[in-house]
Design a protein around this ligand. Structure first.
Ligand code: PEP
Ligand code: MN
Length: 334
């Protein structure tokens, strides 16, 4: 439930109300916007009398919230969340491009790509060390060695690194990773999400292959409920009946999520389409539709990539895509 307070509400009456709500085991999240103060009431609000609360002197309006995500809900937090990663900001008008290979393959490969995408204006480096592959016989990633190589590339380029976690037991290996990615297949790995909620580190949460936006936000809620509010959402395409593309990119998720949540929204056109020539148009479209950032797979030699070569841009193609995205950003719908 939320209570919207009247402008110039009486502070003493607010204290009395807070004390009473706390005695009913209700947690209170205060949100002070420039014009409006909102109280988010979290807990079992079913026993609260909404009519009684609406008639209090200091209350403008009381409203029951249908959506069960409270921390991620824009209603409780009207201003955009800005996630900070080193010197990089994402959200609230800050646009960030995360680029790099699907998988970390070798030191040369990663450094070459990292230096090139940095030159083109990427603000973070991605690279899979632990890879979720459909086939157990496919390349599974360099695992902890991959994280070491990412850290070395970070040292060399200064780019913060983003890499995927697949299992709770691997958390210690991610200590120096800047952003931990939860992949589509783990979006509802609730035990993993709960553990990540106890870290003080940004989490990039990808939408599950068949997850609704509400389910995506409930997964974000798992992380936030543990105290970690640094969640970046990622639309990466969903499964539909269409088979011409790897997935179907749901661009309407951008403005829809924008109204549902205050969290930053990144789009991954690489996994969404699976086809490198579709990446630039979809990246430009995502930027125009108001995304806060992009995640793009880039490889120095896509034909020889150990994973997802067909959707990877060459370094030159990434440079060209970045310029097209930059050109459209001033006209983005926000
Ligand atoms: C990835 O980004 O490397 C990845 C595996 O993506 P997704 O979880 O979206 O399939
Ligand atoms: Mn990939």
């Amino acid at each position: 439930m939320i209570l919207v307070l009247k402008e110039n509400y009486d502070k003493e009456q607010l204290e009395n109300l807070k004390n009473w709500l706390q005695s009913q085991n209700i947690d209170i999240h205060m949100s002070e916007g420039s014009h409006t103060t909102i109280m988010g009431l979290v807990g079992d609000t079913s026993s609260l009398d909404i009519d009684m609360l609406s008639t209090l002197d200091i209350v403008e309006r009381a409203q029951r919230i249908q959506e069960p995500y409270k921390n991620a809900n824009r209603k409780f937090h009207p201003d955009d969340t800005v996630v900070t990663v080193g010197d990089v900001k994402i959200g609230g008008g800050n646009f960030a491009v995360i680029a790099g290979p699907c998988s970390v393959e070798s030191e040369e490969q990663l450094c070459l790509i990292a230096e090139s995408v940095k030159k083109s204006g990427a603000s973070m480096l991605r690279g899979g060390a632990f890879k979720p592959r459909t086939s157990p016989y496919a390349f599974q990633g360099l695992r902890s060695k991959g994280i070491e190589l990412l850290l070395a590339a970070k040292k060399r380029t200064g780019l913060p690194i983003v890499t995927e976690i697949m299992d709770i037991s691997h958390i210690p290996l991610f200590e120096d990773v800047d952003v931990i990615q939860v992949g589509a297949r783990n979006m509802q790995n609730f035990e993993l999400l709960k553990e990540l909620g106890h870290l003080n580190k940004p989490i990039l949460l990808k939408r599950g292959l068949s997850a609704t936006l509400s389910e995506l936000l409930m997964s974000a809620e798992y992380i936030m409920a543990g105290g970690n509010g640094n969640v970046i959402l990622c639309e990466r395409g969903i499964r539909t009946f269409e088979t011409a593309t790897r997935n179907t990119l749901d661009l309407s998720a951008i403005p829809m999520l924008r109204s549902m949540t205050h969290l930053p929204i990144v789009v991954d056109p690489s996994h969404a389409t699976g086809i490198s020539k579709l990446v630039k148009p979809m990246a430009v479209a995502a930027a125009a539709a108001g995304a806060d950032g992009l995640m793009i797979e880039v490889h120095n030699d896509p034909k020889k990539a150990l994973c997802d070569g067909a959707q990877s841009l060459t370094c030159e193609q990434f440079d060209d895509m970045k310029k097209a995205v930059d050109a459209v950003l001033p006209y983005a719908c926000r």
